[in-house]
Ligand binder design. Structure first.
Ligand code: G4P
Length: 520
């Protein structure tokens, strides 16, 4: 039976330490976590809490959050797609954001907008993903609410439209003024935030003596916000012009139910998607999905490979035979998993917005489309301009075969971009990355998973531009530039710096030199 409950699919974007894990736990605590094909995990009436989820994660020794957390709230199915947590920026994060319909930007009240948040926000803006802002850690001293609103307006050029406004400054969190109803949502501290924080809703005349003066301040600022055109407007939010804002303390569970309500009420549901040729696919049309992440090595005993796909249209049913758009070949989905890592339970069905994992789908690469019925191919997941380059060679020449296999695998997964040229030969591919930590991941996985030690040698390039065959020919032998080819066929001209790239473009007006989207 297809599960026809409405879907919301979103990701949390934040800088490390802003409280993403805490918020994720709190969200799961408020909702019923689905761990297996549509079933609710938990014993009897006891609702599943995140601790079950964490225990599973521990038992398996893998990050279950590597794909998505699925839960039910107010009879909606909510998919929280995880963004990789490492502090360095890498391409994975971009790709994950291609699988969501909205994003929650989590901001530490004491720190404001931090670098990684800004980068991730840019990706959302580029992809037209509406953003809800949550100011977290209001229970701790921090910046003023108005200062934070200014920052959002100045730094990311989104008009903040607060839906709640704090009563009491950061560190003196009394609750929030619900700007839609005018009520005082009183914050009650719970021991360690272990249970749902009781939220008491009071009318303006029920505000107690002890909160009267901070309530007055909040009302005054709320009225100023209204005069300042800072009220929520659904159209402008969906158009990416405004961001609804709310104030929370994830660790105390305060604001978490409000956030879930917001997601259900305001965030967009999965909608019609366009293929590369402009053809449209509605959610009720035949099944289609695209792969946004490929992961392997979660189980070292046997080499497994999971291709995570987001369902775009139709109902997915296990065992379906779908067409792989890139090759035109049929692909049997005998082994499709629910979103929970390597658990052998299969997913029986999935709906638009849901995330499914195809097991050992060797042919599937990031960006690939699979479908039933009329042919459709979704636009490729954007690749960003690499800024770090190394040449790689086998650390142990006796293990060259493993080295080659490993590089090929990591290339397919999109862990790094692998560039080659006739000049350099196959033995020393160039690896290109957006963030330098991608090389560490390569080194670690080559050593431990493929048993093929790897050596890097840094290249001086910093800038990449897309060119074509004619451009490659025209630039051959020129100083300060080298053209290499990615495995998807794209040719990249690498330059030592911006200045050289600009000078080359100026001196060779007929040569194609296109910039890739920058990550910063
Ligand atoms: P991340 O996943 O975004 O990196 O952040 P995480 O949830 O791990 O939170 C980072 C730190 O911030 C943690 O403290 C966490 O307890 C704290 N934190 C998260 N939300 C809130 C909040 O609303 N209020 C306050 N006051 N703190 C919050 P830690 O000391 O690093 O870890 P722990 O000792 O608490 O586990």
């Amino acid at each position: 039976m297809p599960d026809t409950r409405p879907r919301r699919t979103f990701a949390v974007i934040s800088h490390p330490d802003a409280g993403k894990s805490t918020l994720t736990e709190a969200l799961a605590l408020h909702a019923r976590v689905i761990t297996e094909a549509g079933a609710v995990h938990g014993k009897g009436d006891r609702r599943a809490t995140v601790s079950d989820w964490m225990a599973m994660e521990k038992a398996r020794g893998i990050s279950i959050t590597s794909a998505a957390l699925q839960f039910v709230y107010r009879d909606h199915v909510v998919n929280l797609v995880d963004t990789p947590g490492h502090s360095d920026f890498s391409e994975d994060t971009y790709r994950v954001l291609s699988a969501v319909d909205s994003a929650v930007m989590l901001v530490d009240a004491g720190k404001g907008l931090e670098p990684q948040t800004l980068k991730l926000f840019k990706v959302c803006a580029l992809r037209g993903i509406p953003v809800i802002t949550v100011i977290n850690k209001w229970d701790r001293p921090g910046l003023s609410a108005l200062e934070l609103m200014d920052m959002i307006q100045q730094q990311i050029n989104l008009r903040p439209t607060p839906l709640t406004w704090p009563v009491g400054e950061a560190g003196d969190f009394r609750g929030v003024l619900d700007r839609r109803t005018g009520e005082f949502v009183k914050y009650t501290r719970t021991a360690g935030g272990a249970t749902r924080a009781p939220e008491q809703r009071l009318g303006p005349h029920e505000v107690g003596e002890q909160d009267a003066s901070v309530w007055e301040d909040a009302v005054e600022e709320h009225e100023l916000l209204t005069l300042d055109d800072a009220d929520h407007d659904q159209q402008r939010f969906l158009a990416g012009e405004t961001t609804p804002v709310m104030f929370a303390s994830a660790i105390q569970n305060f604001g978490v139910a409000q956030l879930l309500d917001l997601l259900l009420d305001l965030a967009p549901a999965p909608g019609t998607a366009a293929g590369v040729d402009g053809s449209l696919r509605g959610v009720d049309d035949d099944f289609s999905a695209f792969v946004f992440k490929v992961q392997s090595g979660m189980n070292t005993a046997h080499r497994d490979r999971l291709a995570y796909a987001r369902v775009v249209s139709g109902t997915f049913e296990r065992g379906m035979v779908v067409t792989h758009a890139a090759t035109g070949r049929p692909f049997a989905t005998k082994f499709a998993q629910a979103v929970f890592g390597r658990e052998t339970t299969s997913v029986e069905s999935a709906e638009p917005g849901d995330i499914i994992g195809f097991v050992n789908a060797q042919a599937l690469r990031v960006g690939d489309t699979v479908y039933q019925g009329d042919a459709i191919e979704y636009p490729p997941v954007p690749s960003f301009a690499p800024e770090h380059f190394v040449t790689a060679s086998a650390g142990d020449i006796g293990r060259y075969k493993q080295f080659r296999r490993g590089i090929e695998q990591l290339d397919q997964e999109g862990v790094v971009q692998v560039l080659r040229s006739d000049l350099r030969g196959d033995q020393n591919p160039v690896l290109a990355a957006v963030g330098p930590m991608q090389f560490e991941v390569v080194e670690d996985r080559m050593t431990h998973e493929f048993n093929a030690p790897i050596r890097f040698s840094r290249l001086d390039y910093q800038v990449a531009r897309v060119t074509d065959a004619a451009g490659a020919e025209a630039l051959a032998g020129k100083r300060g530039v080298e053209v290499l080819q990615r495995s998807d066929g794209t040719r990249l001209a690498l330059f030592v710096d911006q200045w050289r790239a600009m000078a080359t473009a100026r001196d060779n007006p007929d040569v194609m030199l296109e910039a890739l989207p920058a990550s910063a």
